[in-house]
Design a protein around this ligand. Structure first.
Ligand code: 6LW
Length: 503
């Protein structure tokens, strides 16, 4: 498995590449922890650790037991939305919405953010998504949600008190005031929100007041961040959380996307986590550029442990970077059936169905290569680039044939068929920039699928336009995930590797 980052002299954005949206960050001493949304994937709510705000190491998930995370009824881009991660009274508190049936707003706690996390406490009295938690000087806990409204809560039971009241709906005429976070900074309580929807009009606004319950006075310079109407390489910037750097300076983590190709630009990696500097003028925050090259930081960098590019499935469990669609019961996904292999057992569902048996990792680089050695003697399955049930490209072994398939909305087709000798076969996908000439109609990338021969040469069977696996085409809130799946019966995978490519 690849590093989430290469140790750089000069730090770069995004600080957590690939589909890692809605970041929420908290600081405990010299350590920083960050949580993201995970939607229909299991386990839910990926968690990261950092010492420098730039290098983030995956440490696990807040929701990694099926009883914490009912997702069977979650639609694509349903499920887990927008966590808030805070540290209070010696414990980590994470509040999040499970938008699927059987879900709702929930709170889990842990003393070690790497887990174990508690069973959820449900908070049915909380009136919306994107819940924030903050404690005032008296120890009263306030829960603020999209809209933007607020209610008092006992976070250890989920019990709410009083009637939720409206705080602020952002700038007049701007849609989707959401993603609130409330902070006590100096003399004021600051209410940070996102506005404009999570697409190109996304932005960040702020208001301040003397109490956590308001009234709030909007900043005269709102929105304090937006890239709408610009040709900045980072778009859709919004959904932010504030944090202080090791030297006391202020920073913001936020989501952004990197559209590629011609017009209007297609983003394929989902909404990623970026870092931006913040300064203060007249007690209002001023956000610096969300640059792909971050400024030199005045504190030491800690690159952290680097994950291997390759997983040989030698461990009893799976590394935190592996995610599955909706659930991961041991009878369908295990490294124990054949030691040193990942075994997937199909439910008879294809990639077109919500209960497909699929385990993959996020595509984190615009250009990359992924390969796996598959033994499909007892079934059929292969390697897929997945955005959702209706948008995926795949290469599948079935008997002594491999098929490349493409599903784009309601169109589904077998693009290529190729004979392979009996026995394990290496399947590969290579994602690269489109060849020149580039014009307004050029897609963001080319997804090439094929088989690797015993002499290590790659036989390309199909080269598909990547725009059809983009959020601009498919909609939704996730990004591409590249992984292994079983379509019928039992399929074994000896190893999987993923490597970023240049260009
Ligand atoms: C989330 C909302 C948003 O609830 O997208 O970009 C939604 N912001 O705040 C899903 O991530």
């Amino acid at each position: 498995m690849p590093p989430l980052h290469q140790p750089h002299e000069r730090p770069t954005n995004p600080v957590i590449p690939g589909f890692h949206p809605d970041p929420s960050v908290c600081r405990v001493g010299d350590d920083y922890y960050l949580a993201c949304s995970s939607f229909e994937y299991f386990p839910g709510v990926p968690l990261f650790h950092s010492r420098d705000l730039v290098h983030w190491t995956p440490i696990g998930h807040a929701l990694d037991r099926p009883e914490q995370l009912p997702l069977a009824e979650a639609s694509s881009s349903g499920g887990i939305y927008a966590p808030t991660l805070r540290h209070h009274d010696g414990r980590f508190w994470l509040m999040v919405t499970n938008c699927s049936e059987g879900g709702g707003n929930l709170i889990v706690t842990a003393t070690d953010p790497a887990g174990p996390w508690s069973d959820p406490v449900w908070a049915p009295g909380v009136p919306g998504i994107d819940p924030d938690l903050v404690w005032d000087e008296d120890g009263t806990c306030w829960c603020t949600v999209a809209g933007v409204s607020q209610v008092r809560i006992d976070p250890s039971t989920g019990q709410t008190y009083g009637t939720p009241h409206s705080l602020w709906s952002g700038r007049p005429g701007t849609k989707a005031p959401e993603a609130p976070h409330l902070y006590r900074i100096g003399e004021y309580w600051y209410l940070l929100i996102a506005e404009g929807g999570t697409e190109r009009c996304h932005g960040v606004s702020i208001a301040r007041g003397r109490t956590p319950a308001g009234p709030f006075e909007p900043c005269p310079d709102n929105p304090i961040l937006t890239h709408r109407g610009t040709d900045h390489p980072v778009q859709n910037t919004g959904h932010a959380d504030l944090v202080q750097g090791p030297d006391g300076s202020w920073w913001m983590v936020l989501l952004g996307v990197r559209p590629g190709g011609g017009t209007p630009g297609w983003h394929v990696l989902g909404r990623e986590t970026f870092l931006a500097p913040v300064t203060w003028v007249d007690d209002w925050p001023v956000v610096g550029e969300v640059a792909l090259d971050l400024p030199e930081l005045p504190w030491p960098l800690y690159p952290g442990p680097v994950e291997e590019q390759r997983d040989d499935f030698e461990l009893a469990g799976l590394r935190p970077s592996w995610i599955s669609v909706r659930d991961r019961p041991a009878e369908h996904c295990t490294t124990k059936a054949r030691p040193g292999w990942l075994t997937l057992r199909a439910r008879g569902s294809s990639l077109d169905e919500p209960d497909v048996v699929f385990t993959g990792r996020r595509q984190q680089h615009p250009a990359c290569r992924a390969r796996t050695l598959v033994d499909a003697a007892e079934g059929s399955g292969g390697l897929a680039v997945r955005l959702d049930e209706r948008h995926h490209y795949a290469i599948e072994v079935s008997g002594t044939q491999v098929h490349v398939t493409a599903r784009v909305g309601s169109l589904r087709t077998v693009v290529a068929t190729h004979p392979v000798p009996a026995g394990p076969v290496i399947l590969g996908v290579t994602i690269t920039a489109p060849p020149p000439p580039h014009g307004p109609c050029t897609g963001p990338d080319v997804v090439s699928l094929g088989v690797e021969q015993p002499d290590c040469t790659f036989t390309e069977l199909a080269a598909l336009d990547g725009r059809y696996l983009s959020t601009e085409v498919a909609g939704g809130f996730t990004g591409r995930v590249i992984g292994m799946y079983a379509a019928q019966d039992t399929v074994h995978f000896d190893w999987f590797d993923y490597a970023p490519l240049k260009g």
